[in-house]
Design a protein around this ligand. Structure first.
Ligand code: GLU
Length: 383
């Protein structure tokens, strides 16, 4: 298992995420490092790999430019700093990659873009075209418009990078951070902490533990990295957590050297299922045991099994079902509340609609959270 997990020969598409702590030195953007990293990325491209970069650093760079010291906490000030810092960050990437004759393109995302099916699909098309054109896509969150309070931001680029990796069907996500990998305990306080070579499965306990003791500095921390691993793994993407300042880290890693920690990929969900799974739900439907049993066996969800409906949502939005699944609803929240618990014929009367619209969601529009659930349409359409 371990050997296979460190074999990267067949890997074609790679997402490299670079954290603020790796990009900066003494609070300043470290151009020398970025040049060195760019050289490694260019080498990957020359080896027939397609690379996307996810970068942090906009807020930090903006704060510096504006003469604001310390960690920027205020949300609006963070937005302002990002507006100032993002073009400066891109300027550095542009200049550095130009020395290697590589053009860069900026792609800024918010959670809303990935939540909406249509913009999500369009994003994919745009990235494919950039790659075809030989451009290196460089992603960041659009921090100036992303609003944390209403759940429209990612908050950290670890999870953003995993969603991008999943979206663009990358086979490998490399998280370059200021930690050498994933340890059995926090190495700063426990000298006996062991660095793991490979991890098969990220458990909820690992995430809970990382949230307290083992966190690193920066927005991310180990818990968000482990959550990112889970997201990427659902898309069939392996993840490596490694120290960005290790000498020739990308090259050595891809050559199979024991660098960082490799996390295995898991089920490869269909692209649409991944979108459903990773969308922030707009509401919640509670269903009874009978309905849950039925949908677990790949049956459609009908009005009769619905106990209650929470939230305000439109037809086509992703909603959560109990604590078990997410689905794309064919009805808006008002309609759904009106037909909840009603038999199909009654529901049809209430809605005075044709029979085809009595179904709330078909199996292909649902995804269960547990990993042993098999996707009924795996390897189906890829949009
Ligand atoms: N998007 C933020 C920035 O560019 C960084 C988020 C993170 O540190 O993960 O400043």
């Amino acid at each position: 298992m371990t050997e296979a997990m460190r074999t990267f020969e067949g890997i074609r598409r790679v997402v490299v995420k670079v954290g603020t702590n790796v990009l900066t030195r003494n609070d300043q953007i470290d151009e020398e490092y970025i040049h060195e990293l760019a050289g490694q990325i260019v080498a990957l491209r020359e080896n027939d790999r397609e690379v996307c970069v996810v970068t942090s650093g906009a807020i930090g760079l903006g704060a510096r430019e504006l003469g604001i010291g310390g960690r920027v906490q205020d949300v609006v000030l963070r937005q302002a700093c990002a507006a100032v810092g993002q073009p400066l960050l891109m300027q550095v990437y542009r200049d550095v990659f130009a020395r290697f004759g590589v053009r860069t393109g900026q792609v800024l995302l918010t959670r809303e873009v990935l939540n909406h099916r249509r913009s999500y699909v369009r994003l994919r098309n745009a990235v494919e075209r950039l790659l075809e054109l030989g451009v290196l896509p460089i992603f960041n969150e659009n921090d100036s418009v992303a609003v944390a309070e209403i759940g429209r931001n990612f908050g950290d680029n670890d999870q953003l990078s995993a969603l991008i990796a999943s979206k663009v069907d990358a086979e490998l996500l490399i998280l370059l951070s200021d930690v050498p990998g994933y340890y059995s305990a926090d190495p700063r306080v426990d000298p006996g902490a062991v660095l793991y070579d490979t991890i098969d499965n990220v458990t909820p306990e690992m995430i809970a533990d990382a949230g307290t003791a083992g966190s690193t500095v920066g927005t991310g921390g180990m818990a968000t990295k482990l959550k990112a691993v889970k997201i990427a793994a659902e898309g069939g993407c392996r993840v490596v957590l490694a120290h960005g300042r290790d000498q020739r880290v990308l090259e050595r890693l891809l050559a199979g050297e024991t660098v960082g920690t490799v996390f295995a990929s898991r089920r490869r969900l269909r692209n649409r299922s991944r979108w459903i799974l990773h969308s922030a739900p707009r509401g919640r439907i509670t269903v009874d045991a009978g309905a849950m049993e039925a949908i677990r066996h790949h049956k459609s969800l009908l009005p009769s099994g619905i106990i209650s409906v929470e939230g305000v949502f439109q037809a086509g939005d992703v909603v959560q079902v109990n604590d078990a699944a997410k689905l794309v609803t064919a009805f808006d929240s008002r309609e759904l509340a009106a037909i909840a618990g009603k038999h199909t014929s009654e529901a049809e009367e209430i809605l005075s609609r044709d029979k085809n619209r009595r179904i709330i969601a078909r199996p292909e529009n649902m995804v269960f959270f547990d990993e042993d659930w098999d996707d009924p349409t795996v390897d189906g359409d890829n949009t």
